[in-house]
Design a protein around this ligand. Structure first.
Ligand code: PLP
Length: 424
């Protein structure tokens, strides 16, 4: 082990990792296009897009230039009482790109913080509307919305966050996990209404990931469920908050996943691919009505303001990333990645021990009948030339949109190698 890796093991926390018995980490020395270079000289294809982010690949000349140009003007300046072109230009792009009606943008520093802000927006909007008793959130089981306390409270309530922090999380309302496409939407709706029956006047907002639940299990659900949630929100005066942090910017085949349901939220969170994987940034978009309600709450202002709000470097690269996306053939690229993932992964469904194979847009998932040994699966994928990060019973890939057909074949071979290593 190199000195660097040894020091890392002894001193550096990694995501969801033990300090006493850490799982191995690999040292990446550089990245270019769809490839990561490891310190042993190996070049592997990144099948994860660095957790949904690097949709254009690494060291994209246009994105590199956007950061460099902005660096030549200013890296950062406070956002209280000050504004700047990178923040305003990004806001304009987001308002134009997202569904009509979403007009006001809060620039936050990460996905989890965006979810916290969205929760504050919902609570303050209800106060502004004269319904201060509406303080709870309704969500569905199997969700993931981030690692901060408000966000954790709407993550799946079984195990995970809720088990790690018993009694300290706000108590939210949970409807069942929405059924897979073609499943029993009517039965799910009945259960949803049962959960609501006694609580309709406590609910401020519904928050869900549209169409695809990511870190809560890579579960794809029926679009009709989103329409049901929209109707319930309209009927009861709840806000619909859609967390598009993972699904946004084309990943599921439409620019935003909710477009597939024809549903427009009152509040929308974006993050992850927003900067093309360059810098941490997120945004919360709201309708005019919601912004007005928040502003007429007793506080009179939206009670949030991060130090690095609207960071110019992050905003500049986000605008460049959006321009690359809309100026190119993202829909064609995502469709091609989808086809490649489908062709490579669907045959794995025939293997003993594979529970399900599903592909939505540029996301391909192989669900096993048992938990994956992450290190064994990772090593097998690396030997096949692919970086993957399986979790629970899932081996999955969401490669950069620019991954070529040949590279995609390598990605799916990497998934297959990880799956086979697991099934023995
Ligand atoms: C990753 C994710 C978050 C949290 O974003 P961070 O930037 O990691 O804080 C929230 N919601 C969804 C759906 C996510 O996938």
């Amino acid at each position: 082990m190199s000195d660097l890796a040894a020091y890392d093991r002894d001193h550096v926390w990694h995501p969801y990792t033990s300090m006493s018995t850490p799982t191995p980490t690999r040292v990446v020395t550089s990245a270019r296009g769809v490839r990561l270079t490891l310190d042993d000289g190996r070049e592997v294809i990144d099948g994860m897009s660095s957790w949904w982010c690097a949709i254009h690949g690494y060291r994209h000349p246009v994105l590199d230039a956007a950061v460099r140009d902005q660096l030549g003007r200013m890296a950062h300046v406070m956002f209280g009482g000050i504004t700047h072109e990178p923040a305003v230009s990004l806001t304009r792009r987001l308002v134009e790109l997202t569904p009509p009606g979403l007009e006001h943008v809060f620039l936050a520093d990460s996905g989890s913080v965006a979810v916290e802000v969205a929760i504050k927006v919902a609570l303050q909007a209800q106060r502004g509307r004269g319904a201060p008793e509406r303080t709870r959130l309704l969500t569905v089981r199997g969700g993931y919305h981030g690692d901060t306390f408000g966000a954790m409270s709407v993550c799946d309530p079984v195990g995970g966050m809720h088990a790690a922090y018993p009694r300290v999380l706000p108590r939210q309302l949970f409807a069942p996990r929405p059924p897979a496409p073609g499943g029993d939407v009517a039965g799910w709706t009945t259960e949803l209404d049962g959960v609501l029956a006694d609580h309709a006047n406590e609910v401020a907002a519904v928050i869900v990931e549209p169409l695809l639940q990511g870190a809560g299990g890579m579960h794809v659900y029926d679009v009709e469920c989103l329409r049901v949630l929209r109707r319930r929100c309209d009927a009861h005066g709840w806000l619909l908050v859609l967390d598009e942090i993972a699904t946004g910017f084309g990943r599921t085949g439409t620019m935003f996943a909710a477009e597939q349901a024809g549903v427009v939220p009152d509040v929308m969170c974006v993050g992850k691919a927003l900067t093309g994987g360059y810098l941490t940034l997120s945004a919360v978009l709201t309708t005019g009505e919601v912004a007005a309600a928040v502003s007429s709450s007793d506080a009179g202002v939206l009670m949030h303001g991060p130090t690095y709000m609207g960071n110019p470097l992050a905003c500049a690269v986000a605008s460049a990333s959006i321009d690359l996306l809309v100026g190119g053939d993202w829909a064609g690229q995502v469709a091609a990645v989808s086809a490649g993932l489908g062709a490579g992964l669907r045959p794995l469904g025939a293997l003993d021990g594979v529970a399900d194979v599903r592909v939505l847009g540029a996301v391909g998932v192989v669900q096993l009948e048992r938990q994956v040994d992450v290190e064994r699966a990772t090593a097998a994928a690396l030997d096949a030339g692919v970086w993957l990060r399986p979790f629970r019973d899932l081996v999955y890939a969401m490669p950069p949109y620019v991954t070529s057909p040949t590279e995609l074949a390598t990605v799916t071979a990497g998934v297959a190698a990880a799956v086979r290593a697991e099934l023995g």
